[in-house]
Structures are given as C-alpha cells and as structure tokens.
Design a protein around this ligand. Structure first.
Ligand SMILES: CC(=O)[C@@H](O)[C@H](O)COP(=O)(O)O
Ligand SMILES: NCC(=O)COP(=O)(O)O
Length: 248
C-alpha cells in the first residue's frame, strides 16, 4: 500500500493568525483536504502558538470523529508537560515526539535517543499507557544503535527527517546521496520492527523518488509545500496531486 498522506495545517494556521479573524479556517481547510483523500491531519503546536493554537485541537479532533472516523490525527511536538496534557486531552491516533527547543524556527534534526533515554522512556511509557501510537523524529542517517534504543524505549514508529533531502531540490546528485541515506536508515529501522514515517520539506516533485527508495513508508506529513501549492491549484486538487505522487 502506498504511504498515507497526512496534511500538516501549521502553515494554514500561520496565515489565519496574521489577523484577529477566523479565516482561513484551519478546520475548514482540513475538511477539504480529507474530502479530497488525505488520510489524516497533522499539527505541530509550538509553545508560543505562532501557528496552531491550542484551541484549534478540539475542533480538529471533532472534525475527524464526526465526519471522517477512519482518518487519523497526528500531533507533533516537544514533550513538555503542557504538550503532553494537550495530547491527553485531544486523544490523537498518533503522537510524534520532536526534539525542538521553544525558540527553534522549525524542526531541523531528529532525537539523539542515547542522550535523551530517560526523558523518552518516561514520556513514551506515559503515552503508550494512554493508548497512543508513538512516533519519534529521527535523523536521516540514524545509526542502528540509536534506532535500537528508540525501539527498546517503546516507540512504534520513527519519522525520518527529510529536510536535507528537500534542500537538494536543484541538485540531483546530492538528492541521490540523501535518498540512499534515507533508504539505508529506513531498512535499519524496519529490521528492528519499527514502522516508518517521513516528513519535512517534502514536495509533489520530490515525493516519487522518496517513495521509490522507501517503499516501506507508512505515512508522510506535508505542510509547507502543500500549502504553497494549494494557493495555486486549490487545496482539493493539491491533495489529489500529492496522493498521485505517492502512488494512490
Ligand atoms: C517535525 C516536522 O518536521 C514538522 O512538524 C515541521 O517542523 C512543521 O513545523 P513548522 O510548521 O512549525 O515548521
Ligand atoms: N512532520 C513534517 C510535517 O508535518 C510537515 O513538514 P513541512 O512539509 O511543513 O516541512
């Protein structure tokens, strides 16, 4: 089965937040994305709420529960106590733990599982007890030893950070190097029984090569480029284009 598309709504929320007005509606765009065939919605609420506001989460939860009960809600973020409470209140199908500091502009690296063993053991234990699927953001070249720790700590999935691959959009030779790295890391993770997601700076142009190199991908979460494309083509047509690029 091709990888499932989860549409990240952060960029839509950022546009909404320019004014003290309710449009574009984050939930409304989410609904159109799901109607067009997205398999899930992703948000990455940051502590300053500059994109997604904490108050957006119940609305998105209700949208999926009431209108699209077979789709998934994925919440990404650093596991602060505030974040964990938000997750427990919202009950997403998947939680993606990301090692971002509050002042970080965007995500730019995966976890060092060895250096964050205690924190992640506590957090993953708590989330698994709550019944959530847990994915952990991982570097595109994460070693077998690091991935083994993620597995031992109870992670179900890793999300491979594809930023360096996305940055090679005008350099085919470099893109090939990054794709090989991702493929090898994906195979290492798969050999440990981890499922594999991917995300960051994925585009409709760079998706086909990614899924060829990582046929085991379970899910991709895409926001920035997909929202940019939606300005040109509309959200529904854009979701159809991304699904086609994934092989649906
Ligand atoms: C973990 C990851 O790659 C995404 O969550 C991405 O960082 C989106 O976050 P922003 O939209 O805040 O950049
Ligand atoms: N996990 C990655 C994500 O949700 C979206 O990243 P981007 O497409 O906005 O770079």
């Amino acid at each position: 089965m091709p990888a499932k598309l989860s549409v990240n709504l952060n960029a839509v929320a950022m546009l909404r937040n320019r004014r003290n007005l309710p449009w574009p509606s984050v939930t409304g765009i989410g609904r159109l994305a799901l109607q067009a065939g997205a398999r899930g919605l992703t948000v990455h609420p940051r502590p300053d709420q500059r994109h997604i506001r904490f108050s957006d989460l119940p609305e998105i939860r209700n949208l999926i529960d009431d209108e699209f009960p077979d789709r998934e809600f994925n919440i990404e973020g650093y596991p602060s106590e505030e974040f964990l409470k938000l997750v427990e209140d919202t009950e997403p199908e998947q939680v993606t733990l990301v090692p971002d500091s509050p002042e970080q502009n965007t995500s730019d690296h995966g976890w060092s599982f060895s250096q964050n063993r205690e924190l992640l053991a506590r957090v993953i234990g708590r989330l698994k007890k709550g019944g959530f699927r847990v994915s952990c953001f991982a570097d595109p070249d994460a070693s077998l030893e690091e991935l083994k720790i993620a597995r031992e700590l109870g992670a179900d999935r890793v999300e491979l950070y594809t930023g360096p691959y996305g940055a090679c959009h005008d350099d085919a030779a470099m893109a090939k190097v990054e794709l090989e790295k991702l493929r090898e890391t994906g195979l290492r993770a798969e050999s440990l029984g981890l499922e594999i997601n991917a995300g960051h700076d994925l585009t409709v142009e760079n998706l086909p090569d990614l899924v060829t190199h990582l046929p085991m991908l379970a899910e991709v979460s895409i926001g920035h480029a997909l929202t940019a494309d939606a300005l040109v083509h509309g959200i529904s047509e854009t979701v159809r284009r991304y699904n086609k690029a994934l092989g649906w």
